[in-house]
Write a protein that binds this ligand. Structure first.
Ligand code: FAD
Length: 464
């Protein structure tokens, strides 16, 4: 008899399993595919390994700009893919070690829940597990466009984009969200000509509108063309093997795009893992499994976390929800809090957001004060040769309370955490502006933007 059976070993499931074991529970994890789930094997980690290779290549291509002339260089793409796989394998081994060191039993196979309190495993480690609690952490799958299945098969998804034999000459990316823009930047760095097609006018929906507009010309400079207001109808293959996407503009005019490869990157949808949720009476819809603020489903003893509950589709959110769920099972527990969720895009340049956007803050009734500071006025960014973008601070105009921060620029995904901590602690723009920041550093741009909330940044010429 187990205390907990976890279905799925992604960043939701494996983190929950470790935390439950720390709390003294006897834990089983069932995994149908790869330990570490989407994040480690087909998501966060392999993409960032490829982002690093893309950056390394770009640095060499642009070496002369840094005073480094490289006579001969070439892209060894199979080695890029091999390095990515080595990174993945290393981290998957880390999860195996966490399981063994915490006494967690791992079953390889597909899980089902024949009745409450029982998890059945079919596959290599076939078994029937009796369990006090069950945690559904089955993750998500690819969101697909509304076209015939044969058309879908002519395109690739992010899974295949992570192991292509060579960068295509041209790629049509369907979707201008986080996934689409990340892959567009990776392949553009390797020399692929990219067209993004998307329905809505702006890229990167979680990011503040102003930054989303500002990244468009920066994408264009990398050879990434964003075609907005395009509704895909079909994907065909032409005589010479090129892929052809037939679409409508929002005015109803038919348009055609051709490319060597078509990448579907429209985001994610919950994957119920083949579990018969209806038979069990677990409330759900196409957006995910319904849970309360402790991640409990409508069936007593069964919890759900991560992408399958369809809230954020982010690994750290899945992990936090996992901890909330098992602490509710085996400890006093607390409610899930989504107030501070840094949303990061590993594009070039990077984009990161936390808290309210300017529009959301106004809609919520705040008297909003906004300040911006460009990286072109930040010494470290200029020294790095990455002076594009800016920091935008959204604060309460009356109290100076920090409501949100939005960064487009170098290492945005790292430095956003200064704002995240400030918001968690209920900090003000003044607290950041008056804190001594190391020099020369990128967070100085955050400090300067916060100065702007109080008056005027120091390192910005006054407009007379
Ligand atoms: P998953 O990681 O999807 O794990 C679910 C696991 O459950 C899978 O291993 C699956 O095999 C298993 N499973 C399903 N059904 C069953 C069953 N019946 N029996 C047994 N096992 C089953 N997020 C970020 O925060 N940062 C990023 O940079 C980032 N980049 C991404 C890049 C890409 C290309 C993609 C696709 C996603 C990215 N994400 C990123 C999203 C992130 O990967 C997910 O939010 C995260 O993996 C969700 O974790 P999870 O535990 O809910 O599910």
């Amino acid at each position: 008899m187990f205390d907990l059976a976890v279905i799925g070993s992604g960043p939701g499931g494996y983190v929950a399993a470790v935390r439950a074991a720390q709390l003294g529970a006897k834990v089983a994890v069932v995994e149908a595919r790869d330990l570490g789930g989407t994040c480690l094997n087909r998501g966060c980690i392999p993409t960032k390994a490829m982002v690093k290779s893309a950056e390394a290549y770009k640095t060499i291509v642009n070496g002369e700009g840094y005073g480094v002339r490289v006579k001969e260089y070439q892209l060894d793409f199979p080695s890029v893919i091999q390095r990515k796989q080595e990174v993945v394998n290393r981290l998957v081994t880390g999860v195996e070690k966490l399981f063994s060191s915490n006494g967690i039993t791992c079953y390889r196979g597909k899980a089902s829940i024949p009745k409450p309190g029982m998890v059945e495993v079919s596959g290599p480690d076939a078994a029937r597990l009796e369990t006090r609690f069950t945690l559904i952490a089955t993750g998500s799958g690819h969101a697909l466009p509304p076209v015939p299945e044969a058309a879908i098969r002519r395109a690739i998804t992010s899974d295949e984009a992570l192991c292509l034999p060579k960068p295509p000459e041209s790629m049509l990316v369907i979707g201008g969200g986080v996934l689409g823009v990340e892959f567009a930047c990776i392949y553009a760095a390797f020399g692929t000509k990219i067209d993004i097609i998307k329905r809505s006018p702006l890229v990167l929906p979680p990011v503040d509108e102003e930054l989303s507009k500002r990244i468009m010309p920066l994408l264009a400079r990398q050879g990434i063309k964003v075609n907005a207001g395009i509704f895909i109808k079909d994907i065909q293959v032409s005589g010479d093997g090129a892929k052809r996407v037939i679409a409508n503009t929002k005015e109803g005019k038919e348009v055609t795009f051709e490319a060597e490869e078509v990448l579907i990157a429209m985001g994610r949808v919950p994957d119920f893992g083949g579990l018969d949720l209806a038979a069990l009476g677990i409330e759900h819809d196409s957006k995910g499994i319904k849970v309360d603020n402790r991640m409990r489903t409508s069936l007593a003893g069964v919890y759900a976390i991560g992408d399958v509950v369809g809230k954020y589709y982010l690994a750290p959110v899945a992990s936090r929800e996992g901890i909330i769920a098992v602490e509710d099972m085996f400890s006093t527990g607390s409610d899930m809090d989504y107030k501070v969720v840094p949303q990061c895009v590993f594009s070039s340049p990077e984009a990161a957001s936390v808290g309210f956007t300017e529009r959301a803050a106004r809609d919520a009734g705040y008297s909003v004060k906004v300040s911006r500071f460009p990286f072109s006025a930040n010494g470290k960014a200029v020294a790095l040769g990455e002076a594009e973008g800016m920091v935008k601070v959204v604060a309460d105009g009356e109290t100076g309370l920090l409501l949100g921060m939005h960064i487009l620029g170098p290492h945005a995904t790292e430095i956003i955490h200064e704002a995240a901590i400030a918001i968690v602690l209920g900090g003000t723009a003044e607290a950041i502006a008056t804190m001594i920041h190391a020099h020369p550093t990128l967070p100085e741009a955050i400090m300067e933007a916060c100065h702007g909330i109080m008056g005027h940044p120091i390192h910005l010429a006054k407009v007379r």
